[in-house]
Design a protein around this ligand. Structure first.
Ligand code: GMT
Length: 391
């Protein structure tokens, strides 16, 4: 095990071998896990991703990054292939062969309980591996508290060596919904400002807003919790007052219902469904306003990415949103479902050039607090605390 703290040149010479488990999709938890792994690799740590497919944000090669794919064999008996068993076995194998120092699992279900089982199996080989679990949101506020998962989630969180939450609000929700006997450390989500700075695609802008229309944007996984229908309704109130276009980035189960709603309210000609986009920063950077009307949102990473691109945010005041979006400064907060209030605030921001540019600058300034270089040392120090405690 490493003893980085006692090293006189800790900053330069402390190198850990970290296993990262996450969902490899466009979801916020997978994005955070992947960006964290990339940043740790740049800092000199060895990072091993253990996932069922290549993480979408792993668009970067480094001698310090390794990818281990979890293959789930199927068998005619299985209606549901036992993914948890395959992931546990892969973790046992990777920790043993790569001699990892620590496992960091993102999203409690099922990663925290899988990691706990892998840890028990490794102990039978005389190998000790500490586990850090990062709680992201719906693993606590929506899915995790469902009775079909709650006992496992409670047990797995309580048996993690370290627990982090992405906002104060999520930390409170975790204590409120589960019987947790351990400390939870808040480490905020982050953004890589070198990527999400101003990287505007002006050609794209002139194509989607040829007459200088205001560009309103929303990105999400189009799940019910995101209330994308409210985005369409807020936009409808905006476009009735000023020339504007709406860009909907992402995809998911609600997409068809949203297309239907656009047809019903009659604003389809101003709405563009962009699907999943990898260079989202190029689109965000030409936009004027981001709308996030979620029912619940533990942090709102998509809003932070917009703010990093100088885009103010109209959001609900749910979960961790008030910790990110400052009412009247970086955007506005409204109660869930209050589309008239959201539209009123949106029109206020867009009312004149001077107001819009003030909100844009404030959004960009706020995003700086969540730069990866600010947040990364919090994770490194937390890992070291856990390693030290586990000695
Ligand atoms: O349901 C989602 O929004 C996706 C989910 C995920 O884990 O992939 O996002 C959650 O984690 C993000 C990263 O920490 C947070 O920024 C999101 O706010 C959170 N989503 C919710 O709480 C609904």
């Amino acid at each position: 095990m490493l003893d980085c703290r006692s090293h006189p040149n800790f900053d330069d010479l402390c190198e850990m071998k970290i296993g990262i488990v996450c969902y490899p999709t466009f979801g916020g938890s997978g994005v955070v896990a992947t960006e964290l792994g990339k940043a740790l690799a740049i800092r000199g740590h060895q990072v091993h991703f253990v996932t069922y497919s290549m993480p979408v944000r792993l668009d970067f090669f480094s001698e310090n990054i390794f990818y281990h794919e979890v293959a789930v064999s199927s068998y005619p008996l299985f209606d549901y292939a036992p993914y948890e068993s395959a992931l546990t076995s892969k973790l046992v194998d990777v920790v043993r062969s790569e001699k990892l120092d620590l496992l960091h699992v993102h999203y409690a279900i099922p990663h925290a309980s899988v990691a706990w089982l892998a840890k028990q199996i490794l102990a039978s080989y005389g190998i000790y591996i500490p586990i850090v679990t990062t709680l992201h949101g719906t693993d606590i506020t929506l899915v995790g508290k469902d009775l079909s998962y709650e006992p496992v989630v409670t047990f797995a969180i309580n048996h993690s060596d370290g627990i982090t939450a992405v906002s104060e609000s999520l930390k409170r929700d975790t204590y409120a919904n589960f019987k947790i006997e351990k400390d939870i450390r808040v480490i905020y989500n982050f953004v890589d400002l070198s990527r999400f700075g101003k990287k505007a695609n002006e050609q794209f802008k002139s194509m989607v807003a040829p007459n200088g229309e205001k560009l309103i944007v929303h990105t999400s996984n189009f799940r019910k919790v995101k209330r994308v229908e409210d985005v369409v309704l807020v936009f409808d109130r905006i476009v009735k007052k000023m020339p504007a276009k709406l860009l909907l980035i992402g995809d998911g189960p609600e997409r068809t219902a949203i297309e239907k709603l656009c047809r019903e309210v009659g604003n389809c000609e101003h709405v563009r469904f962009m699907g999943r986009q990898e260079a989202v920063e190029e689109i965000l950077s030409v936009c004027d306003l981001f709308i996030m009307p979620s029912e619940s949102e533990s942090f709102g990473l998509a809003a932070l990415e917009a703010m990093a691109c100088h885009v103010p945010v109209i959001s609900t005041n749910t979960g961790g949103m008030p910790e990110l979006n400052i009412h009247g400064v970086t955007g506005f907060l409204s109660n869930v479902g209050e589309v008239d209030d959201m539209a009123r605030h949106a029109l206020e921001i867009l009312s004149d050039t001077e107001t819009l540019s003030r909100f844009k600058s404030a959004a960009a300034l706020q995003a700086q607090k969540f730069d990866i270089h600010v947040v990364l040392p919090d994770y490194e120090n937390y890992y070291l605390d856990i390693l030290e405690r586990s000695k």
